[in-house]
Design a protein around this ligand. Sequence first.
Ligand SMILES: *Cc1c(COP(=O)(O)O)cnc(C)c1O
Length: 390
Amino acid sequence: MTTLTIEAADRIKKLPPYLFAEIDRLKREARDQGVDIIDLGVGDPDIPTPNFIIDSLYEGAKDPKNHRYALDAGMPSFREEIASWFQRRFGVSVDTQNEILPLIGSKEGIAHLPLAVVNPGDVVLVPDPGYPVYHSASYFAGAETSTIPLVEEKGFLPDFSAIDPAALKQAKLMFLNYPNNPTAACATLEFYEEVVQFAKEHDIIVAQDAAYTEMAYDGYKPVSFLQAKGAKEVGIEFHSLSKTYNMTGWRVGFAVGNPEILKLLAKVKANCDSGIFQAIQVAATTALKEGDQAVQDNIDIYQERRDILVDGLESIGWKVNKPKATFYIWTKVPSGYTSAELTTKLLKDAGIVVTPGNGFGPNGEGFIRFSVTVAKEKLQEAVERIKNLK
Ligand SMILES: *Cc1c(COP(=O)(O)O)cnc(C)c1O
């Protein structure tokens, strides 16, 4: 008998290990050694999905017509609700026929977009630090990536003048993400208007990842890229129900914006998946329609946690910016440490999991990211543990 040699494809071999997979491994190691872990590492809500959404899933699941393959384009009722939510939330009208594309989570759309719009050898501009999928998805499509540095002096907004001019010439697609993971920075309408100009000038498609627009504090309401004049001519925006309604496991999101781009993305998807389980679309429709209070309840919880962690860290001498949005606290590591060294020390000596900034790209070096995805008592304890670190 001959045995098969199973070897990873080159494109897999060249990928860096997925950030959270590596952190998971370290976490398990510590847990196996009996450490009582406080996990502030992963951006995944600890609060359950609201009951009215679960009830709606159940109703949807009981209807046999929802058991079959879903339409790739999504249920008309879901698309209509997306359009009215978008109008209500951002004051922007999107056409239900061709300016909305439901997704199996926004990560799915982000991962497939480069296959739809870039060729091997093209350049994709990705923010550094940034969500790792922008790079890997571009790379799977055979594109090169070039980084847009996000630095503190510029409020973690892209410094377009810092993009490599040769790369800019080849660039076809640019990912943006505001409110931002990991830095928690927020974009203004004026900034998005500059982005539209920049995209037109250099002929670059814009893909703005809006996973956190609904998670903002102190009454602040983040803007949508589509509010910028001309945005629909140059790009799309990804939205997600995951963080907003504590639905990360459900896998539902959508893209809105330029119909040409969405049509191409839909073509890739038609060859990869068969739509979102319709009962989930029914529940997602209910979430958008009736979920405003649930969203506000979540915000209140995260805001209190944010204040406990930020004020707590400040009280023990750290310098921390209070984020206006997202559930992340992005903070400089005290001098004398690298991101990885501090992450390891926090895990080994305090049982606290954080994410090292350099895991989001070289410009993240010198920072760590806390997620406030544990109960407030645990955050108080985390501050105590950090205070007692030697
Ligand atoms: C969580 C997250 C996503 C993924 O959202 P899904 O809709 O669950 O796929 C996308 N982008 C960023 C920046 C995120 O943090």
